[in-house]
Design a protein around this ligand. Sequence first.
Ligand SMILES: N[C@@H](CCC(=O)N[C@@H](CS)C(=O)NCC(=O)O)C(=O)O
Length: 200
Amino acid sequence: MKLFMVGASPYARKVRAVGVTLGLTDGIEIVIANPHERPAELLRHNPLSKVPTLVADDGEAIVDSLSICEYLCSLVEGQTVLPVSPGPERRRILFRHDLAHGVMDCGVVRRVESLKAEEPDRMDWMARQVATIGRVLDWFEASDALHGPMTLDRLTLASALGFLDFRFPDDGWRNSRPRLSDWYAEAAKLPALAETEPFA
Ligand SMILES: N[C@@H](CCC(=O)N[C@@H](CS)C(=O)NCC(=O)O)C(=O)O
């Protein structure tokens, strides 16, 4: 398999963290491809020019991080990252995944906007992302779902928090969120996170 990605992408990190958790790392070749430069090899597989994009061993492409995670899970019988059968457990994991994934979305929008000139509309838009991120992190801080096995939701949350630290190190998301902060400190030591740290 080939994984097109950039080192700073939280979505790619989520996919890689799932790959490590499933023991699939050796079968995944990393290809660094900047989607903003629309490299021909990436476009050939994904006309959206987005990363992560996974090309399976049969040459078929899978785009979007959740679809890629689903695909990786399908390769490992008995995996516990994301239950296959529909039901409350899968629904809850996907709900928390979607919240954590939304933090990534807001963080990426904020990062992109922060590189542009400061204008009132843009500052409002960035403040909106910051507020959304804060609400979701408060939700996790208060939730009883922080601790447990490293399922897709927790891997996604840890990847999202890692992205905040990487891009906005002075934000202080840990302030007033001691539970989340302690949980992340432990999660970050696991191979799935320790082996997939973001890079520029
Ligand atoms: N929903 C997608 C988001 C992927 C995404 O937006 N990736 C960014 C890099 S972090 C990208 O490829 N941006 C290029 C673009 O939007 O043109 C996923 O979960 O994989």
